[in-house]
Design a protein around this ligand. Structure first.
Ligand SMILES: [Mg+2]
Length: 243
């Protein structure tokens, strides 16, 4: 039987309720032989390794870090080189910073949140007009980048086409897993590119407004929050739909 690939966001999806996280661990342990597990986060590898240990999250096969800007195997930490080349081929973080210097409300996120393939700011309560102004400025300066805005606060400037969704498809191809065997889980805007791919999806009950209102066929809106919502959705997809 072909294995399923579960790709899940971490903060607010698998973490946020300790009892739920424990129940998720128990569910994965029961089904570990029939699935591959990947975490997809805005955070970077070593921060996620800490969380895996601290919260007893099940060991994944790989981690999508920095909103898709990096893929590493777990536990080795080995970087996916083909993906790294794709991310950095036409993106220079310094150029992005220079281009956006004139936007006064942008506050740099800590150094631990930055990488050569992702420039991150805090921007509180931005509306569509402000985000469009940022997009236009980048375009005007000849920078091929995408803007990801999450939770009314986190602004990530990414290489064009690089996000958690594209990284998910890259891993699926590497593992030779077909699209109808992929299940993606999340709670906020930087998870949207995964949900837009037409894969099986799980949106947890505590999701941010940008996801609560997002509907399309193939999405399971859990009635339970955080990891309990993921387990609810996995039961739905693994038991009823995928097999
Ligand atoms: Mg999240």
């Amino acid at each position: 039987m072909e294995r399923s690939l579960v790709v899940s966001d971490v903060d607010g999806t698998l973490l946020g309720d300790e009892d739920g996280t424990r129940r998720f661990g128990e569910f994965i342990a029961e089904h570990r032989d029939s699935l591959k597990l990947v975490y997809a986060s805005g955070r970077f590898f070593y921060s996620l390794v800490e969380s895996i240990h601290e919260h007893h999250l099940p060991a994944p096969d790989a981690i999508i870090c920095g909103v898709g800007s990096e893929i590493r195997d777990y536990p080795s930490g080995e970087i996916d080189k083909p993906w790294q080349r794709r991310v950095l081929q036409d993106f220079h973080a310094g150029d992005v910073r220079d281009a956006l210097r004139s936007f006064p409300r942008l506050v740099d996120q800590p150094q631990a949140c930055q990488s050569p393939g992702k420039v991150s700011y805090f921007l509180h309560g931005a509306d569509a007009t402000q985000l469009n102004a940022l997009r236009k400025t980048l375009k005007f300066k000849g920078i091929h980048a995408d803007i990801v805005y999450s939770s009314g606060r986190d602004l990530d400037i990414m290489p064009e086409g690089v996000n958690k969704g594209a990284a998910t498809l890259h891993i699926a191809e590497r593992l030779d897993i077909s699209h109808n065997k992929i299940i993606v889980c999340g709670d906020s805007g930087n998870d949207l590119p995964m949900f837009r791919l037409g894969l099986h999806g799980i949106i947890v009950a505590n999701a941010q407004p940008e996801l609560v209102d997002y509907h399309r066929p193939g999405l399971f809106h859990a009635t339970k929050p955080c990891a309990d919502g993921v387990v609810q959705g996995l039961n739905y997809w693994l038991m009823e739909a995928v097999n």
